[in-house]
Design a protein around this ligand. Sequence first.
Ligand SMILES: Cc1cc2nc3c(=O)[nH]c(=O)nc-3n(C[C@H](O)[C@H](O)[C@H](O)COP(=O)(O)OP(=O)(O)OC[C@H]3O[C@@H](n4cnc5c(N)ncnc54)[C@H](O)[C@@H]3O)c2cc1C
Length: 409
Amino acid sequence: MEKNWAGNVTYRATEIHHPATLADLRSTIAKSRQIRALGTRHSFNELANTGGELVSLARMPKFVEFDTGAPSVKVSADLRYSQFVEDLDKKGFALPNLASLPHISVAGAIATATHGSGSGNGSLSTSVAGLEIVTADGSSVTLNRGDDDFDGAVVNLGALGVVTSVTLDLVPAFEIRQYVHEGLPLAADILGVLDGAYSVSLFTDWSGDTINQVWVKQRTQDPEFIPDGTTPADGPRHPIPGMATENCTQQLGVPGRFFERLPHFRPEFTPSAGEELQTEFMVARNDAVAALQAINEIREHIHPVLQISEIRAIKADQLWLSPYYQRDTVSIHFTWIADGTVVMPVISMVSERLAEFDARPHWAKIFDIAPEVLQSRYERLQDFDDLARRLDPAGKFRNEFVAEILSPR
Ligand SMILES: Cc1cc2nc3c(=O)[nH]c(=O)nc-3n(C[C@H](O)[C@H](O)[C@H](O)COP(=O)(O)OP(=O)(O)OC[C@H]3O[C@@H](n4cnc5c(N)ncnc54)[C@H](O)[C@@H]3O)c2cc1C
């Protein structure tokens, strides 16, 4: 049976289609009663699963089309970032941010509001300027920024149809230096540290009152940022102690192109641990210090089942299902050991501790929040449901995961 990247989800689909042309894709969708798109399978929960059919765009023609005037690039939706970021750089352009791994598809990343870090950087979904979607009857819909439905359609959980192309805004190419500093006291000015450079990630195993590593990614023209109280790492580091550092992008301040430094992991190696489960909660920036304190109070439960935690900053946006909707955000991520039986009770505990902060979960990671509670944290959920029903009246793209989130009206 086919599984997701982490191996914790077995796809129940009766068939996985691999259309080779847009016409094939359209007729596959039109004929199907229940179908969903599958990207590079990096989500950790039932979001991509269905008892109906799945469709992969892996055999469809690939394209990377520049509009140097805009500037923007239109790419096939199933391309992995690693497959086109170097092309952008060669033309003198960049994306403002990337996730920790470049292995994921563009469509899967934007469907779930995948993010990197940086107080001034929105999620990867905020780079989207346009989308082409094959909807339930097999016809194509194009939505561009400024269209009525656009803000609802980017973070779409795969529930509106199959995205076939994505147009992304570009910025001028830039270089990054990446440094790792160790031993930041948890009592430090965490927000000040997150604001200290273009992209900052804090890694802790919650074993004590210290953030183990601060990953600082700064543009080469910016002044060097060394968080107070830390010591520069004396060699390359992996966020998870003991893992091979060759899997990670180059550190120690060696300048590199944006795509060689913004991700933590290199495309040719396994990202993160490989054997793991992941959870992430997003809280308002103003609540971040209190939320981290709440997590610290239950660290003796977290540490034994954790590989590493990562804390990042994400700028607010206007996308309806974005966890950063109208809220400058700090995300608190957990890479757990690969054992759901011991990890699930701790996820519930974390979720309860963060309830007072109206924490919004990462759509693609494991969480345990009642649908009505989740609905109360996404004020545009009803608008998204209306949009989904308009584009997909029979609920062809609505699997159990999505139905549960959208259900009570
Ligand atoms: C090691 C690791 C590190 C990660 N790091 C980060 C990180 O730094 N930041 C972060 O925010 N997340 C991170 N993630 C989570 C990851 O970004 C999300 O799981 C993302 O959805 C993966 O994209 P995918 O193509 O694998 O999607 P899949 O798991 O294949 O699918 C996810 C969703 O996207 C939908 N979808 C996929 N393709 C299409 C399409 N063509 N049209 C419509 N819907 C589509 C699917 O139907 C499904 O609902 C990480 C995951 C892993 C495994």
